[in-house]
Ligand binder design. Structure first.
Ligand code: ADP
Length: 252
């Protein structure tokens, strides 16, 4: 442990380039996806990614509530991201806060740009993301889960949306930050990729990096998204080939 002021800061990178959990800089945490994990929703998916546990449920296209949000020429996409009170170390105050509103908004916009919304005018496609256990990167885990849930619901999209955060820890660019890396690192940049076109539909950034580091981060993130994409597709194949329920894993 090093120290900055009164705060104890963990050493995020060992001299041989290993991270606190033994990962290489370009290594994802273990990722497991179950498509169709819930019976009531039109589509659903459960994602375990490192210590994150995230459930997504999708309904629609269905009637718009509240009614005045209805659009005559397209479906609206409404995402609700929520962290359970028991999802973090200290109990999180339940309910809407600015952070979950922001995350719900950026995820809604990301999906609105890949769903064929013009095919379902005057309807709503509702995405619920429930974070049951959080360990950084929950918005990315939410996008991955929602994406598989949307496909499970049969909603036509340009493509699935793999998502991951890249960051800077101990001066190095690293893929898929875990909690300590997110808290004590220098930067955190979540992104979501349309794999077929290479288009980014979600890109946020907290912290500082140079332009050169930003370029390397984007490359590393795209590479990470492509690995995640394979796990997502396999989860859907398993659901529809063998009656569902089989989990897909990477890096376990
Ligand atoms: P993301 O989960 O997408 O990385 P943030 O960067 O905002 O989003 O949060 C990083 C992590 O910090 C979360 O995954 C969670 O582990 C923790 N965290 C976020 N909000 C809270 C909160 N209100 N109370 C405790 N921990 C939180």
């Amino acid at each position: 442990m090093g120290s900055v002021g009164a705060k104890e800061v963990p050493v995020l990178l060992s001299p041989d380039g290993k991270r606190i959990d033994g990962r290489r800089l370009d290594e994802l945490r273990p990722l497991k996806i179950v498509a169709g994990a819930l019976h009531q929703a039109d589509g659903s998916a459960f994602v375990e990614w490192g210590a994150n546990k995230v459930m997504a449920a999708v309904y629609g296209p269905r009637e718009v509530h509240p009614r005045h949000l209805q659009q005559n020429n397209k479906a609206i996409v409404q995402c609700k991201y929520n962290m359970a009170a028991f999802s973090v170390d200290e109990r999180k105050r339940p309910g809407l806060d600015r952070r979950s509103q922001e995350i719900s908004k950026v995820i809604s916009e990301a999906f609105e740009s890949v769903i064929f919304v013009e095919e379902y005018p005057r309807t709503s496609i509702d995405i619920y993301i429930e974070v049951l256990q959080a360990n950084a990167g929950t918005r990315c885990a939410g996008v991955v889960a929602a994406s598989v849930a949307l496909a499970d619901a049969g909603i036509p999209m340009v493509d699935l949306l793999p998502s991951v955060a890249v960051g800077k820890i101990g001066g190095a660019i690293a893929l898929d930050l875990k909690k300590e890396e997110d808290n004590f690192g220098e930067a955190d940049m979540p992104m979501a990729l349309v794999p077929q076109s290479g288009r980014l539909v979600l890109l946020q950034m907290e912290g500082h990096m140079t332009a050169e580091e930003l370029g390397r981060s984007l490359d590393l993130g795209v590479q990470g998204c492509r690995s995640i994409y394979e796990v997502m597709k396999q989860a859907l194949r398993d659901r529809y080939q063998v009656g569902g329920g089989a989990a897909q894993e990477v890096g376990a």
